[in-house]
Design a protein around this ligand. Structure first.
Ligand SMILES: NC(=O)c1ccc[n+]([C@@H]2O[C@H](COP(=O)([O-])OP(=O)(O)OC[C@H]3O[C@@H](n4cnc5c(N)ncnc54)[C@H](OP(=O)(O)O)[C@@H]3O)[C@@H](O)[C@H]2O)c1
Length: 302
């Protein structure tokens, strides 16, 4: 059982250090996964409109019997709803899907607008994604207006330092959290430093390196897991939490959901050894839909 570690957001709210990720979890799987997680002690669930599983996540939350105020629920605004006039409707839809009265955190999923559409991936006749003209600063301004009883905190996801700098110039409210890809192959140290300076919490997504990741097969990770008598996943999650990021490992496997939540504390020396993985052949960003969407999402490395 986890010790209930949590980080404080700039809103004063606490975000539990370990949450359950739900990307690629099918509705019938995610229902069981969320129930298992809550029973194991998780209080932080991460979903998104585009995962098409908000309804199953919400049903599991309801059926778990856990009081709403004990949970931290994050969902995300999808790219087809970036125009300022569609942001509120997208929130309404996510809250209805989740059967919740409020979100603990609402994130802009990507800094990229698709054309406003009822289609999740609006495409032209050549199957090319239709990119919209709304700048993410306008979308964020519309999200700021959502703050209140239905949205306790807002933030962004898949932002680089350059995009955060641009956002901070026009934002009236500093994002409470930034959710980005982080694991030892892609530690995002500069982004962490930037966020620490501006009092923005960072959540590490794909903390295990995502599906079939080679990072869990790294000898150093396996050896360390043996030394601490834990799983390689737990080593990677401990590395994330000890860098003050919340981590949201996805699993639909009950035994993994349970073990991922168990606390491990690594020595400073072992953290340093894992940091060296950023120099490995696989080092770098694993998730980048730029070529799929025909737009450069991460023009700058930082
Ligand atoms: N904001 C964004 O754009 C964004 C992007 C990506 C992810 N995310 C969020 O971050 C969450 C986590 O990222 P992710 O889903 O990409 O990847 P991840 O959590 O790094 O890895 C998930 C994979 O690891 C497996 N796994 C989980 N625990 C394990 C364990 N103890 N031992 C061995 N394998 C294990 C899972 O398999 P099983 O399920 O079969 O157990 C799954 O294949 C997502 O689910 C989502 O909520 C957000």
């Amino acid at each position: 059982m986890s010790s209930g570690r949590a980080f404080k957001l700039n809103t004063g709210a606490l975000i539990p250090a370990v949450g359950l990720g739900t990307w690629q979890s099918k509705p019938e799987e995610v229902y069981q996964a969320v129930l298992t997680a809550i029973k194991a002690g998780y209080r932080h669930i991460d979903t998104a409109f585009v995962y098409r599983n908000e309804a199953a996540v919400g049903k599991a939350i309801k059926d778990s019997g856990i009081p709403r105020k004990e949970l931290f629920v994050t969902t995300k605004l999808w790219n087809n709803s970036h125009s300022p006039e569609s942001v509120k409707a997208a929130l309404d839809q996510s809250l209805a899907n989740l059967q919740l009265e409020y979100l603990d955190l609402y994130l802009m999923h990507w800094p990229i607008a698709f054309q406003t559409s009822s289609r999740i991936f609006p495409r032209d006749e050549n199957k090319k994604i239709l990119i919209g003209s709304t700048d993410f600063t306008e979308t964020y301004a519309a999200m700021e207006k959502l703050l209140g009883p239905r949205v306790r905190a807002i933030g962004v996801s898949n932002f680089t330092v350059a995009n955060l700098e641009k956002l901070m110039k026009s934002a009236t409210i500093t994002p409470a959290a930034v959710q980005v890809e982080i694991h030892p192959y892609f530690p995002q140290t500069e982004l962490l430093e930037f966020c620490e300076k501006h009092n923005i919490h960072v959540t590490a997504y794909s903390p295990l390196g995502s599906t079939s990741s080679p990072v869990m097969q790294e000898k150093i990770v396996i050896d360390m897991a043996e030394k601490y008598k834990v799983s390689p996943a737990q080593v990677l999650l401990a590395w994330g939490v000890q860098r003050n990021t919340s981590v949201i490992p996805k699993s639909v496997t009950p035994s993994r959901i349970i073990s991922n939540f168990q606390d491990v504390v690594l020595t400073k020396e072992d953290i340093e050894l894992l940091n060296d993985l950023s120099k490995s052949d696989y080092a770098g960003r694993l998730l980048d839909p730029s070529s799929l969407w025909g737009v450069n999402i991460f023009p700058s490395k930082l």
